[in-house]
Structures are given as C-alpha cells and as structure tokens.
Ligand binder design. Structure first.
Ligand code: UDX
Length: 449
C-alpha cells in the first residue's frame, strides 16, 4: 500500500507519519519548499509530543518521505489524502475551500489507474461531492477515481495517541471499492477493535462538525453553569462531577474555564453556523455557543480587573500560560489573546510565562515581558492569573510566590489550586464557579523599588 498526503500541516503531518507507522509507504507533499526542506532535515514545524521521534523512525525505516513534487508523490499511489488548510473566510466565517479544490484538481490531472481521493481536511457538508465533480472534470480519460470523506478527530498535544487509538474511524463514500481501500489502510486498528462507521460522504462531513460543535457546547454549558454557581454560592466542580457520573452525560469536557480556543472549535462552530444559515436550517444552539464563548473571553479580563478592585491601571499582572491548552505551542483563538490586550488597554503591565507558546504568542501580543521562569512572573505582581493549566503550574511553591508578590491575588481560571490552601497562604483567590476567597483590607505587601 502506498499513499500520498497533500498538505504537511498539523493533520497531514501527524496522519502521514502515523500511516507510515501502520506499515504503509507514505509520501508527504507540500508547496512550501522551506517546510519540506526542514522536514527532510528532521525539523518538525509544530510542537506535538512524540511526533519528532516518530517522523525520524519512519524516515529511517524508508516508509516516510517528503517532497514538493506532486507528480512524484502521485506515482503508483493507491490513495491520496487531501489535508490542506480550510481557514475561515475573513468576510463571513465560511470555510475557505480554495486549497482543497486546487489540490483536487492537481491530483486528478496526475492520477493514473485506480485512485481513491480522500478529504481529510475539515470541510463543510457537500464538499466531497464538489471534489467528485472537480476530479471528474480534470482526470485523465482512463483514470478511475473515487472520492471519500475521512475526517480526523485528533487533539493537539495527544494527536499520536488519538490517531493510534481512536474512538472511531469514519469513512464516507458510496463506492464499495474505495471503502475496501480505506478499510485496508486502517486495518492495523482492527486489532484494537476500533469501531468503523461507514456512511455517506454527507453524513461523514456532518459527523465531524457535529462532534466538535457538541463538545464546544458542553464546555460552554458548564461555563455558564459556573457563572450561576458563583452567584448562588455553589461549586461547579461538584456540579460537573455529579453531572458527569450520569452515563448519558459523561464527565469529559465539563471543566469550566476561560472559554474554548484552538484551531478547531472556534473555526468549526462558526463554519457550522454558516452552513446552517446557507442551508436554511439555522443551528441556533451553536450560534449561541459561538457568542457565549466570545463574550466569556472578554468577561475573563473583566474578572481580573474586578479582582484588582475595579482598576488595573499601572498594575503589574503576572500571567501563567498563553497557549489555548497545555502541551501545545498553539495560541490560535486562545483566551489569552483577548484577555491580555484587554488588560493592557485598561492600563496593566503584563509579565508572562508559557513553557512552549511564548514564541508564537509574541507574534500576536505586544509589550509583554516574557519570563523564562514562572516565579519571575509573580515577582512584585499585583495579581497572578493562571490561563493555561500546564502541569508545571500545578505544583508551584505558592508560599514562595505569595512572598514575592506585591499583592497576594490569584485569579485561577483553571481551578488548579485548592481554595483552603490559598486561604491559609493569605491569597485573595478567585477561582471559576466557586466562592471567591476575599481578604480584608487588601494592601500592598511591598513597595515597588
Ligand atoms: C479538538 C477536538 O477535541 C478534536 O477531536 C478535534 O479534532 C480538534 O478539536 P483540540 O482543539 O486539540 O481538539 O483541543 P481540546 O483538548 O479538545 O480542547 C479544546 C478547547 O476546549 C481548549 O481551549 C480547552 O482548554 C477547552 N476545554 C476543553 C475546556 O475549556 N474545558 C474542557 O472541559 C475541555
């Protein structure tokens, strides 16, 4: 079995490498020559645990290679996966399919014999049919091409595990022949008895959006319940735990926080609402989720300002974590990109730390003092804000932090610290969805030198 992966972004690179681990010959192709050059040298453009080692292993085994030449990639290939970007269009949030259409056309022009063209990129319902039309129009007369939708459900930071041990594989095609090729590609997963859902391209495309939108809804739901808990004096973690014990609800994605971010949920929820509008079936729940999540990120900045007595003018705010979640350097649509500028706008000076995302974040955030040590962020700060729950922030020496701050104020947007311990250390502690710990006559502990 031999396959070509068009697009070496996050999805293409992880999928291509993991298919090679399955024992398939994979050739990854990208138009970006500098990216291909780097990959050939073993340099991985993204931070993803385990990926670098796996790429090295598969390249050494001769099963994985990189090229800019689609003609070379298409030679003797059984299947071509299209894993190019589908960014939201600036004007209306629709997924931009320019790269998918272009790739389909170029692949069709080169395909010989029987080839399965698989859309791996997240694409709106109807795209596989459009791709079918494009390939029919551009293919060589004697080539036979079937189109198949095969969405991915990879989480950043856990992408390799997710690929190797997925909850399910979804295959959307009308062609028996294409179905057999896809089943052969995923054969190693039969050992783990991975469920395979074989369905139509339309259902397959909707499965991807519906899954992400549902998860985004679950997060947004618990975030709003957290607001209610704060006002009512309840504890959202107890509420979420008890809810999650109901097997019909499940405990995952019920962690209240500063709002979801990342490269998928914001983009996919927006695209689904657009599809709903275009097709005359408005997705009103998801529309509300998109708005509530946007509002929440702004409310998080207001929460910090309120905790600081209503103004952060000339205050030093320390920030721990700017990535949209731990184990990634990705800051796309991260809550930090809304919270930090809003605090700066209100007059705060920001000092921040992130174990992996500082370089990425500094492309989007201006006038931030970046620290290489999380303890330096707290030094002389008027407030410390935890935005991302990196493991290394869970075990900080909080008495050392308390001693170094200007005012002992902690806004814990991921509920990683215990309120009782924060009380003992004298913190004004603001968690999410739980009673705040206030301090009488909050005063500056130190004079700024
Ligand atoms: C997600 C989907 O999980 C994955 O299946 C899909 O292929 C791509 O989108 P990812 O964006 O990598 O993956 O991250 P995920 O771990 O799902 O988290 C998404 C966002 O939700 C993060 O901002 C995270 O902080 C937030 N989140 C998640 C919460 O706020 N609370 C939760 O309980 C779970």
């Amino acid at each position: 079995m031999r396959l070509a992966m068009v697009g070496t972004g996050y999805v293409g690179l992880v999928s291509g490498t993991c298919f090679a681990e399955f024992g398939i010959d994979v050739i990854c192709v990208d138009k970006d020559a500098s990216k291909i050059e780097s990959l050939k040298k073993g340099e991985i453009p993204i931070f993803e645990p385990g990926l670098e080692d796996l790429v090295e292993k598969q390249v050494a085994a001769g099963r994985l290679s990189f090229t800019t030449d689609l003609t070379q990639a298409m030679k003797d290939t059984d299947a071509v996966f299209i894993a190019v970007g589908t960014p939201p269009r600036q004007d209306n949030g629709h997924a931009d399919l320019t790269y998918v259409h272009q790739a389909a056309k170029e692949v069709a022009q080169l395909a010989e014999g029987y080839t399965v063209v698989v859309t791996k990129s997240t694409v709106p319902v109807g795209t596989a049919r459009e791709v079918e039309k494009i390939v029919a129009e551009h293919k060589k007369p004697d080539a036979v091409i079937d189109v198949c939708s095969n969405p991915e459900f990879l989480r950043e930071g856990a992408a390799i595990v997710d690929f190797m041990r997925p909850d399910r594989v979804v295959i959307g095609t009308d062609s028996e022949r294409a179905k057999e090729v896809l089943k052969e590609i995923y054969r190693p997963l039969y050992i783990n008895e991975t469920p395979m859902v074989v369905t139509t391209p339309e259902s397959s495309e909707i499965i991807k959006y519906a899954s992400n939108a549902f998860l985004a809804t679950k997060i947004t739901f618990i975030n709003e319940i957290a607001n209610l808990c704060e006002v009512a004096g309840a504890n959202v973690q107890d509420v979420a735990r008890a809810m999650g014990l109901d097997g019909r609800i499940g405990s995952k994605f019920l962690h209240a926080g500063p709002g979801y971010g990342g490269s998928c949920f914001p983009k996919d929820t927006l695209a689904l609402t657009q599809t709903g509008q275009v097709m005359g079936t408005p997705q009103t729940i998801v529309e509300a989720v998109v708005k509530a999540n946007k509002d929440r990120q702004h409310q998080m900045a207001e929460r910090v300002i309120a905790a600081c007595g209503g103004s952060v003018k000339n205050m030093k705010i320390g920030v721990l974590g700017v990535a949209f979640k731990p184990n990634t350097d990705d800051v796309r649509d991260a809550p930090s990109l809304v919270i930090l500028p809003a605090l700066q706008e209100a007059g705060a000076k920001i000092s921040a730390h992130d174990p992996e995302a500082q370089e990425e974040a500094s492309k989007h955030l201006k006038d931030v003092t970046w620290q290489s040590d999380p303890y330096d962020v707290a030094k002389d700060a008027d407030a410390l804000v935890i935005i991302t729950e990196w493991n290394e922030y869970r075990a900080l020496d909080m008495s050392r932090i308390a001693g170094s701050m200007q005012v002992k104020r902690l806004i814990d947007m991921r509920n990683i610290y215990k309120p009782e311990i924060m009380r003992e250390l004298g913190f004004h502690y603001v968690p999410i969805g739980k009673p705040e710990i206030t301090v009488k006559n909050e005063t500056k502990l130190k004079q700024v030198s």
